[in-house]
Design a protein around this ligand. Structure first.
Ligand code: NCD
Length: 383
């Protein structure tokens, strides 16, 4: 067979036995070789055509590789929503979407994280988030260890970082941390080899809650650009509010925050929100009303409002919901102070309330985060 190599391993010209035309074989990195006829019998012309085709395909290939790389969230920790850009948020939501139907199957078990060790380290009370991570890890086949922090060496005077170093020596794959100190997950992530997920650090951030809220909203509305979302109540002490403001605004939604003056953070104007102290004005035209739990444990040494007075002004009931759009939905991260920030009947009304759906989305989001982060860690360890 008559043949000529133009670029070693990349372009080859050759003639088949019964053909007078030059054939081209073009091979790009990470792509299958493409074979086609040059359409000419003259070698010089065939060379020109092959080189031209090669450079066109190469350009296309580079764009393709860049696109997929941009789409992938490559970090191995999830500690702050500020670390996430819009594409990364959308990528996590898309990955979580795959687990929604999986979680409705009869057998809810796969082996994506088989053999991995995950620690739930909760230094603050939690039922919902802790069990949600536990269910997520177990459905992925991982071994999850719940460290009962009240029984841990922390009580024997061991510092938190010492405890983390000890756990780190057991070669965990993921540490899920809830702690009253702001920024603690970030600190820990810089001192351990495992992936770190912030499951709530004081009044600072709660990224997986905001992601699961975004997924709940996405499944109802598809497009965030046209949405007006009200976040109401104890904004000052709420990590849920902070993470949601960042995530939902990055996705394109407009946000109103509504609450009593003393519960609005000083820097609220620096955030991408419109601020209201009046429910009637703040709820106008809203598609979603996200209520927050009054963080009693963080309101120490300050005056707690009277329940009835607070409910009349800021508690969400059917009457106040009428200020929002006609079919507006209600959300709440739980646990709820029924009759304080939200009317009990409204909270349980499945035609208006997405609260139970939020819990279901929580498992899907946490499964996606566990899979993505461990995969990213594997890639970091490989390189
Ligand atoms: C939130 C939390 O703990 O930050 N709840 C939760 O994660 N399910 C909201 C709250 O406690 O107010």
């Amino acid at each position: 067979m008559n043949s000529k190599i133009l670029k070693s391993g990349h372009i080859k010209l050759y003639k088949r036995e019964n053909s007078k035309f030059w054939q081209m074989k073009i091979k790009l990195p990470k792509q299958k070789a493409i074979r086609s006829s040059s359409g000419t019998k003259i070698l010089k012309e065939a060379e020109k055509i092959a080189l031209n085709n090669y450079s066109l395909l190469n350009k296309e290939n580079k764009i393709k590789i860049k696109k997929t790389l941009n789409n992938i969230f490559k970090k191995m920790h999830l500690v702050e929503t500020a670390d996430l850009n819009k594409k990364e948020i959308e990528f996590i939501l898309d990955e979580a979407q795959k687990f929604i139907s999986f979680n409705k199957m009869k057998i809810k078990k796969n082996n994506l994280l088989e053999g991995r060790t995950i620690f739930n380290l909760f230094f603050e009370d939690s039922t919902r988030t802790r069990t949600s991570f536990e269910v997520a890890a177990k459905r992925l086949g991982a071994d999850l260890i719940n460290v009962a922090v009240k029984d841990s060496s922390i009580n024997k005077g061991e510092t938190l970082l010492d405890t983390m170093t000890t756990i780190n020596s057991m070669n965990p794959d993921v540490l899920i941390i809830r702690h009253p100190d702001e920024g603690i997950s970030k600190k820990i992530s810089m001192n351990v080899d495992a992936c770190v997920i912030n499951a709530g650090d004081g009044s600072h951030e709660h990224p997986t809650q905001a992601l699961l809220d975004a997924l709940t909203i996405k499944n109802r509305f598809k497009n965030f650009n046209k949405l007006l979302i009200a976040i109401c109540g104890d904004i000052l002490h709420s990590r849920v509010a902070r993470s949601n403001i960042i995530i939902l605004s990055k996705l394109g939604a407009k946000i109103n925050v509504i609450g009593p003056k003393e519960w609005l953070p000083k820097n609220i104007k620096k955030l991408p929100v419109t601020v209201f102290t009046d429910m009637k004005k703040g709820l106008k035209n809203c598609d979603i009303v996200m209520m927050l739990r009054i963080q009693k444990e963080r309101i120490v040494g300050k005056i707690m409002p009277n329940q009835k007075t607070y409910f009349n002004k800021y508690g969400l009931d059917y009457n106040k919901l009428k200020y929002a759009k006609e079919n507006a939905f209600v959300m709440h991260p739980g646990p709820m102070n029924r009759g304080f920030e939200i009317d009990s009947k409204l909270a349980d009304d499945v035609t208006r309330s997405l609260i139970q759906e939020q819990v279901a989305m929580g498992v899907a989001i946490r499964m996606a985060c566990l899979v993505i982060l461990t995969k990213n860690r594997d890639n970091v360890l490989k390189s």
